[in-house]
Design a protein around this ligand. Structure first.
Ligand code: ADP
Ligand code: TRP
Length: 332
């Protein structure tokens, strides 16, 4: 029997962080045992934000190295660059013909920008480019192009996945045939929304992210900035409402979690101690990842080769899908 297909993409818009890892990369790599995988660098999505070519080029390497450092095995898992699979953009054009404008008006990311503009008394469309407005369509093309069954992502992508399913259903309804596979999101309850230094959703855009591959000294310095309350050392503390413990839990086994909970409740542990314990545990887990990442980033020729090979395979699969769609739609 054919294996099911798992697909996910990450935008090269800055250093990959702990939220990307637990929300998308780790669940994606776990699926790699059972599923056929298509994991990619969403570089044309990043162009909506990043207009500096040197920065974009560097950030593409960072995401590729992150996938590989986290355990993606290019001989078993397909890894490619979105921009190197031009069939994506042909499917995007097809899907645009089936996407009601009203659907895009309801997209959270676009609505948030609109709201910010209104609050700041700016033109509602200020800073909104059409790439951003139609972002969910391009993302749908990424997914539908490869007949994806499951898409491992964080909670913030739930709406985009619903839109991809809606658009695909409209296409199928029009042709009265399953031309496109309806994808399902895979969102883990425990790790779908990782919080950052300030307790809000960890995100590059909130400046509260913990990059995965920081050198130990900088990692420690950053962790010391985690926002805590003003309880004294002596006081008993509540682990369940604490930003430090939320991060600690991600890396700790059951026993370590239990011991740390007891230290919180007993009192006598200051925030500095809790943060130091978090640093030590995190650093222990992240060190092998960081070492692999640094080695990869020092050999961009290797990354280029992996991406070129993966993208060539992805193009083949994508072209087969487009040959089918063009014929079914009547342009061939
Ligand atoms: P950011 O929000 O920092 O710009 P991306 O949009 O590039 O990150 O996200 C890439 C992947 O990581 C997506 O699947 C997204 O849902 C997931 N992700 C991002 N931030 C988090 C988070 N704080 N918790 C869980 N998953 C996240
Ligand atoms: N929109 C996703 C994000 O902001 C990135 C992305 C682009 C993606 N295309 C995708 C994720 C396809 C899953 C499937 O994080």
């Amino acid at each position: 029997m054919n294996k099911k297909i798992a697909l996910t993409g990450i935008k090269p818009t800055g250093n990959p962080h702990i939220g990307n890892y637990f929300g998308a990369i780790k669940p994606a790599l776990e699926l790699a045992k059972e599923y056929e995988t298509r994991y990619f660098i969403a570089d044309y999505h990043a162009l909506n934000q990043t207009k500096d070519p040197d920065i974009l080029r560097q950030q593409i390497y960072e995401i590729a190295a992150a996938w590989l450092a986290c355990g993606l095995e290019p001989e078993h898992n397909l890894i490619y660059k979105q921009s190197a699979v031009p069939q994506t953009f042909e499917l995007n054009t097809i899907l645009l013909a089936f996407t009601p404008k009203g659907l895009m008006n309801r997209a959270h990311a676009y609505k948030a920008l609109l709201q910010n503009n209104l609050e700041a008394n700016r033109d509602p469309d200020d800073g909104v480019n059409m790439g951003l407005f139609t972002y969910p369509v391009l993302m749908s093309a990424d997914i539908l192009l490869f007949d994806s069954d499951v898409v491992p992502v964080g909670t913030d992508q739930q709406q985009h996945l619903e839109m991809a399913a809606d658009i695909a259903e409209d296409v199928n309804r029009n042709y009265n045939k399953e031309l496109l596979k309806i994808p399902a999101p895979l969102i883990r309850k425990e790790t779908g929304l990782i919080t950052g230094l300030d307790g809000r959703k960890m995100s590059k855009s909130y400046n509260n992210a913990i990059p995965m591959f920081l050198p130990p000294k900088q990692l420690r310095k950053l962790l010391m900035k985690i926002v805590t309350n003003s309880q004294t050392i002596e006081e008993s503390k509540d682990p369940e409402t604490c930003n430090v413990f939320a991060l600690y839990k991600l890396f700790a086994d059951e026993k370590q979690q239990q011991e740390m909970k007891e230290r919180y409740l007993a009192g006598g542990m200051g925030w500095g101690h809790a943060k130091q314990a978090l640093f030590e545990l995190m650093n222990e887990h992240l060190t092998p990842f960081r070492e692999r990442y640094d080695t990869l980033m020092a050999d961009k020729g290797y990354i280029d080769k992996i991406l070129a090979e993966g993208s060539a395979k992805a193009r083949e699969l994508a072209e087969a899908k487009l040959v089918f769609l063009r014929k079914e739609m009547g342009v061939r």
